[in-house]
Each structure stands twice: as structure tokens, then as C-alpha cells.
Design a protein around this ligand. Structure first.
Ligand SMILES: NC(=O)c1ccc[n+]([C@@H]2O[C@H](COP(=O)([O-])OP(=O)(O)OC[C@H]3O[C@@H](n4cnc5c(N)ncnc54)[C@H](OP(=O)(O)O)[C@@H]3O)[C@@H](O)[C@H]2O)c1
Length: 186
């Protein structure tokens, strides 16, 4: 993979961003905090590939569009997107798909869903993206863990390594942890 994009890659996806940087030429990472982006870039220094930080608030559509386009111009077509976008930015996933699609013949879009987010916003996007020509849409659902009879949410490490597994298995739908029994969630 030569150019990969991780939207929201400095939080729970930090480990996934670094893993992808060990396997790609460039991983563009979107987040707002300059400091968290800077430490991620530094941590990737010893890896095969590099992290390119894109500091932008993804709720600002025009800025997101411009900065993403610049990253494609600089580092080439994006073949893989990992997307963790809050519902505060309903337009952002389409903007990302549009800009990435303009530069690529086809790309995989790993869309991360939180537990219990079968809301209209996600469902509509899944349907629309599945119908788009260039996108190979992949859904990742964050579940929970039952440990010694007690249920808890996933840790950041479990989320990042689950995302890497999902990319490797490349299934249309992948669950990290478990989603059943539904009533047992933390
Ligand atoms: N099922 C589960 O177990 C489950 C599900 C969901 C979450 N969680 C846990 O909950 C914790 C908190 O979740 P979280 O959503 O805050 O995840 P997070 O991954 O820790 O943070 C969100 C990521 O998106 C970026 N971001 C957020 N808003 C942005 C914006 N407007 N523009 C650009 N980038 C933006 C953040 O960087 P900036 O803040 O710098 O912008 C960060 O990189 C996670 O650490 C995770 O462990 C667990």
C-alpha cells in the first residue's frame, strides 16, 4: 500500500496508524490536535513508511476537502481509508469518499461503527457507499468484551489490533469483540 488515510487516527486508532505506517509508504492521518499529531509523526520516525499529519476539523467541509486534495497531490492516490468520524460531521464521510475517489480507480473504505449505532445516518451512508462504483465498502463494528463474567468496552489497543485484523481479513462486515447477547453490553 503506498498511500493510506486514517480519519481520527490519533486516538483509539493510534496503534492502527502506526501499524499501517510500517506497511505503507505514507499514512495520512486526520485530527485536530497538533500536539497529538506531532507525537504520532515522531513515533513513526523509525518505521518503514511515514505519517503525514493533516490537521483539520472534519466538520469544516471546505478545509477538509482542500487539505485532503493536497495530500493526494503530494503522496498519490489513496487505496485504503480507515474512517472513525463522529456524527457531529454528517458530511465528512462523503467529502472523504469524493476526494479519495477522484484520485483513485478504486479504494477500500473501512467505516467504523460504534456499538448501537444502527442510526439512520450510518445506515443511509452504508447503503449509498455500497452503491458507489469506486468504493469497496467495509463495515467494522465496535462491540464489547465479557471477561470473567463482567462486560466491558474495548480498549484502544483491542480496537487498533481489531482494525488491523479487519483490514487483513477484508470482509464486508467485521465485529471487534462481540455484539451478542445485546443485553449484556456494559
Ligand atoms: N465499543 C467500544 O468499546 C468503544 C466504542 C467507541 C469508543 N470507545 C472508546 O471510547 C474512547 C473515546 O472515543 P473517541 O470517539 O473520543 O475516540 P478517539 O479515537 O479517542 O478520538 C477521536 C479521534 O478522532 C479525532 N477527531 C475527533 N473529532 C474530530 C474532528 N472534529 N475533526 C478531526 N478529527 C477529530 C481525534 O483527534 P482530535 O481530538 O485531536 O481532533 C482522535 O484522533 C476511545 O478511546 C475508545 O477506547 C469504545
Amino acid at each position: 500500500m503506498s498511500h493510506v488515510l486514517v480519519v481520527g487516527g490519533t486516538g483509539m486508532l493510534r496503534g492502527a496508524s502506526l501499524h499501517l505506517a510500517s506497511q505503507s509508504n505514507t499514512v495520512s492521518v486526520i485530527a485536530r490536535s497538533q500536539n497529538r499529531l506531532k507525537t504520532l509523526v515522531e513515533e513513526a520516525d523509525s518505521l518503514e513508511g511515514m505519517i503525514h499529519s493533516i490537521q483539520v476539523d472534519y466538520r469544516e467541509g471546505e478545509q477538509l476537502r482542500a487539505k485532503l486534495k493536497k495530500a493526494v497531490d503530494l503522496f498519490g492516490p489513496i487505496s485504503l481509508v480507515v474512517s472513525w468520524i463522529h456524527s457531529t460531521a454528517p458530511e465528512a464521510p462523503s467529502i472523504v469518499a469524493d476526494i479519495v475517489g477522484r484520485g483513485s480507480s478504486s479504494f477500500r473504505f473501512f467505516d467504523i461503527w460504534g456499538f448501537l449505532t444502527e442510526d439512520p445516518w450510518h445506515v443511509e451512508r452504508e447503503k449509498r457507499f455500497q452503491e458507489m462504483e469506486k468504493i469497496l465498502y467495509r463495515k467494522i463494528t465496535l462491540g464489547f468484551v465479557i471477561e470473567n463474567g463482567v462486560s466491558r468496552w474495548l480498549t484502544n489497543e483491542e480496537i487498533s489490533s481489531g482494525v488491523i485484523q479487519a483490514i487483513e481479513k477484508d470482509k464486508a462486515s467485521f465485529v471487534i469483540g462481540r455484539v451478542e447477547p445485546m443485553s449484556a453490553h456494559p
